[in-house]
Ligand binder design. Sequence first.
Ligand code: B12
Length: 211
Amino acid sequence: MTEIMSQLKESLSTCDESGSTDAVQKLLNAGVPASEVIAACNEGMGKLGERFDAGDAFIPDLMFGGMIMKKIMTTLEQLPGAGEQTPVGKTIVLGTVQHDVHDIGKDITAMVFRGNGFHVVDLGVNVSPKQFVEAILAHKPEFVGLSLLLTTCYKSVMLTMEAIANAGLRENVKICVGGAAASDMVAERCGIDHYAKTAIDGLNWAKQFSV
Ligand code: B12
């Protein structure tokens, strides 16, 4: 199984579509849980990012890698049990912060929360601080999830937190941040309750308040 996991990571990082989807199918057929498949995909996408950093991959590669990843997610979403579960009656407003258009991690997070009975309000990408505030007012969520992939968008996180506080809503919601540019330090500096390393980490954090 380790070999197929490695095949998946290698195929995704080199944008080999059939190699990636074959590996996913083999893993699922062997009963590997979707969460482990997602974790391997994450690593593969991270490696693709490293290739991009090293000048060995280019924007079209990132885009193609993103398309392969979305295809894999569609397969995972169709698995039995991946849909809405018994509602836990809690809502999360989710979005990728302003000026950032990466949505794969956010979409996985939405899928994971939905699959565990949360009501998910997905605001999409490039979400302005004002849109977050409006969504909190409209949906009265218990949780807000910010996705942050670009270090240049750190300021968007700060401005979003400021806008939520200025609207008098900070005490009403628990807030977490995730994505490649997020960290414990970002969370701490922005006054965010939790840094979620993965979607599952975010879910487990939210679940403690949801029993
Ligand atoms: C695919 C990709 C793209 C695609 C995105 C396609 C899409 N539909 O999303 C495209 C081509 C659009 C793109 C564009 C750019 N990209 Co890009 N991209 C990537 C890449 C390779 C993979 C991202 C990804 O999808 N990973 C897989 C997912 C599953 O992982 P994830 O997002 O981290 O999510 C997981 C967790 O973090 C967590 N999570 C994420 N969000 C949240 C939120 C909450 C609430 C919770 C609980 C959890 C959670 O859950 C997920 C599952 O566990 C990364 C490399 C990397 N290391 O991330 C670079 C990367 C993020 N991109 C980068 C760059 C520079 C860019 C561009 C600026 C390039 C350019 N010069 O134009 C543009 C910016 C566009 C913009 N304004 O946003 C850099 C950022 C560097 C930096 N320091 O900021 C990276 C790190 C690559 C690199 N190493 O240089 N990119």
